[in-house]
Ligand binder design. Sequence first.
Ligand code: C5P
Length: 205
Amino acid sequence: MPGPFTIAIDGPAAAGKGTISRAVAAHFGFAHLDTGLLYRAVGARMLLGQDPAEAALGLTAEDMETGDLRSPEVAQAASRVAVMPEVRDALVDFQRSFARRAGGAVLDGRDIGTVICPRAEAKLFVTASAEVRARRRYEELVASGADVSPEQVLADVRERDARDRDRATAPLKPAADAIEIDTSDMSVEAAVAAAIEAISKRRLG
Ligand code: C5P
């Protein structure tokens, strides 16, 4: 099996990180970690009354499969626990060891290229306008049966963006050496192809 190769994919909510990360991982045969799920699992536990730092320290694989981690309430709770340095610290080792596993890894999140894996072999920053991201998220939520309005989803996306960008610890921002992909006017296929092309260049050096 080839040695470690880390692909860091960061960006704001609903920019297309998840879709791109899964496709990139499948293309290169790498493992994939959606780090947002870690914060969502901690957020879900906070909503159940647990202390977020304790929840982060005791997080299990089962927590990542329990409850509706994709709901807007859990997304907001995730971004609230994500400002807490003790929560972030508790999740660092797990993410770093996943990143360096043999055979290669794709991690997507907000601070992978800047804080978790500053020496990742390839870094992408995936963005799109807030309106486009809110529309995509709205369509996903409606398809999953949620009762939401487009205005509410846009307000939610903006609130989460502001909290993620303005926090003191590990704020959302592109790493200096990240390749930016703006997916606002791109099809899924085009965005995935652009990501694979950019990473292939780094892989070949
Ligand atoms: O990516 P996703 O929308 O699932 O992330 C939920 C929340 O978790 C984000 O709004 C952000 O506050 C937090 N998060 C983070 N760092 C990461 C991944 C997610 O702060 N690496």
